[in-house]
Design a binder for this molecule. Structure first.
Ligand SMILES: [Zn+2]
Length: 316
């Protein structure tokens, strides 16, 4: 009985600490995309909204973009998007998944990148892209998943090639992506991984618009091994938590978005040396949960975002 209680306590603490850090613990889950819905319900109107209302509550309730010229405003994790355009739900080399989430919006430069990558992926032997989350119609923070994806310059691409048919709504809402990481998290899964995955990620990283790509550390390890002598593109590919079933591609601030705040460029090194050690330490793979979970960070409010974002989200 006592043992069961202790187990439960440890589990609760573990869950608490994951929520607090706002990152998927790669030892607990490969961060699968939850199933969607064939009949998504609109969110109920906000009651008693005030200055303390989390900004994500406002952004999640805007089903349409802010009209006018496209502008990515702020940083990838603290910003918004005006003049967003949708990625069409399917094209010759891509299909959008989880349509019920209404997150297939982006800066037109992101949409162009995805179409270009679809073509280049086909040349690299990948049948086309299954596209996960991009941004909400006005960007900004989201009610679920992601701290970034706020300025319409980020996209998640599933590690599952596009099927040869146009998928039904059911397939798009309920299919799962492929987890390419081995159960021990130390490398990719030899039963799943093929060189085509390397070719796909290389095609994304070699696109001039891309500034960073996030993958699970086990995937980065495999890319380091398989890259051969042409290694410049590896600098853009960074290990991160989760990202075992999809990779995250980020394009740089476009020059026609002067309010977009760029990140410093990644270090020139291929990141295949000691930089990887941290990710495979026992304490990273299987962290001991703190006895007292840290208090979760208070959610971002509108006053914490660039001033222009208040106008973007409050416009009808
Ligand atoms: Zn992402």
């Amino acid at each position: 009985m006592l043992a069961t209680l202790r187990c439960l306590l440890v589990l609760l603490l573990a869950v608490g600490s994951v929520a607090a850090q706002d990152k998927p613990a790669q030892n607990l889950s490969p961060d699968p995309t939850p199933p969607g819905s064939l009949h998504p319900e609109p969110l109920p109107p906000l009651q008693h909204a005030d200055a303390s209302t989390p900004a994500k509550e406002f952004f999640a309730r805007k089903p349409t973009p802010f009209p006018g010229p496209p502008r990515s405003i702020g940083t990838y994790s603290d910003g918004c998007l005006a003049g967003a355009v949708p990625l069409p739900t399917e094209g010759p080399s891509w299909q959008v998944m989880r349509l019920s989430r209404n997150r297939n919006w982006g800066n037109p430069h992101l949409v162009q990148f995805i179409k270009r990558l679809g073509k280049n992926a086909k040349k690299a032997g990948w049948n086309g892209l299954m596209v996960g989350d991009m941004a909400q119609p006005r960007g900004g923070p989201m009610l679920s998943g992601h701290t970034s994806h706020q300025v319409g310059l980020d996209v998640d691409i599933w590690f599952t090639p596009m099927p040869d048919h146009v998928q039904s709504r059911e397939e798009r809402e309920f299919a799962s992506a492929t987890n390419v990481v081995a159960p021990d998290l130390l490398d990719v899964d030899a039963n799943v991984w093929t060189p085509t995955y390397t070719n796909l990620i290389r095609a994304a990283a070699q696109d001039a618009a891309v500034t960073r790509i996030f993958v699970n550390a086990a995937i980065k390890k495999a890319l380091c091994r398989e890259a051969g002598t042409d290694r410049d593109w590896l600098a853009k590919v960074r290990p991160w938590w989760g990202h075992a079933e999809h990779f995250h591609a980020r394009i740089a601030c476009p020059t026609d978005s002067p309010e977009c705040q760029p990140q410093p460029p990644p270090e020139a090194s291929d990141g295949c040396g000691h930089e990887l050690d941290f990710w495979f330490k026992e304490s990273t793979l299987h962290p001991t949960p703190p006895l007292i979970p840290p208090k979760p960070k208070p959610p971002l409010t509108l006053s914490g975002l660039p001033a222009a974002c208040k106008r973007v989200v409050e416009a009808p």
